[in-house]
Write a protein that binds this ligand. Structure first.
Ligand code: AMP
Length: 216
């Protein structure tokens, strides 16, 4: 059973690794950040509530985020596992997820915590470009698309995320250290946490993750 959480600060490479993991294990990629961005794009009530909060780098309130994840995890395609990316980000979210896991009979069984030094995160976030259509992520120097400015997968024009600016990044990182880092301890206490080094190109970490997750 692969009921997996990917954790790590903004720019750790969660989204990049997630893309390859879900392809290998045929489980849904559940990224709360992607879900919020989709809601913002579609101007739904949720999107309207979340837009300003996300743009300045703050966290969307727990009740909203937990409700969204609960609904998503109850869907049929999660029956054989799931990969959560960017959730839980607070202790109350982790506690709520424990309850949801029990309710749906699919408790989390692995938590991957990717760490990267702050100066590397700053460079990655500054150079990050994303596809607004399929969510794929690139870097202007380290992970270039095949054609400049275009998504390899769907050909859309790449953009810079609104919250990938120095001011919002600072807030996101502060929130990470204050609110999300304690979530690692929460899972460490439950013997579910595995720490990985996220520096360098994506392939080495990918191999390490495959080697562990293949055994689950
Ligand atoms: P991400 O794409 O994971 O970097 O998320 C982008 C933004 O969406 C975050 O900076 C938060 O504002 C919001 N967000 C995503 N996931 C969560 C979460 N689990 N709890 C609260 N806010 C979230």
């Amino acid at each position: 059973m692969k009921n997996i959480i990917l954790m790590g600060p903004p720019g750790a490479g969660k989204g990049t690794q997630a893309t390859d993991l879900v392809e290998r294990y045929h489980i849904p990629h559940i990224s709360t950040g992607d879900m919020f961005r989709e809601a913002i794009k579609n101007k739904t009530p949720l999107g309207q509530k979340a837009e300003a909060i996300i743009a300045r780098g703050d966290l969307v309130p727990d009740d909203i985020t937990v409700g969204l994840v609960k609904e998503r995890l109850s869907q049929d395609d999660c029956a054989n596992g799931y990969l959560l990316d960017g959730f839980p980000r607070t202790i109350p979210q982790a506690e709520a997820l424990e309850e949801i896991g029990k309710e749906i009979g699919r408790p989390v069984n692995a938590v991957i915590d990717i760490s990267v030094p702050e100066e590397v995160l700053i460079d990655r976030i500054g150079g990050r470009r994303v596809c607004p259509k399929c969510g794929a992520s690139y870097h202007v120097r380290n992970m270039k698309p095949k054609v400049e400015g275009k998504c390899d997968h769907c050909g859309s024009d790449l953009i810079q995320r609104k919250d990938d600016n120095p001011e919002s990044f600072k807030v996101r990182l502060e929130n990470y250290y204050k609110q999300t880092a304690p979530v690692s301890d929460f899972y460490e206490a439950r013997k579910l946490l595995r720490r990985y080094d996220g520096q360098g190109d994506k392939t080495r970490l990918q191999k390490e993750l495959f080697a562990f997750l293949d055994t689950l």
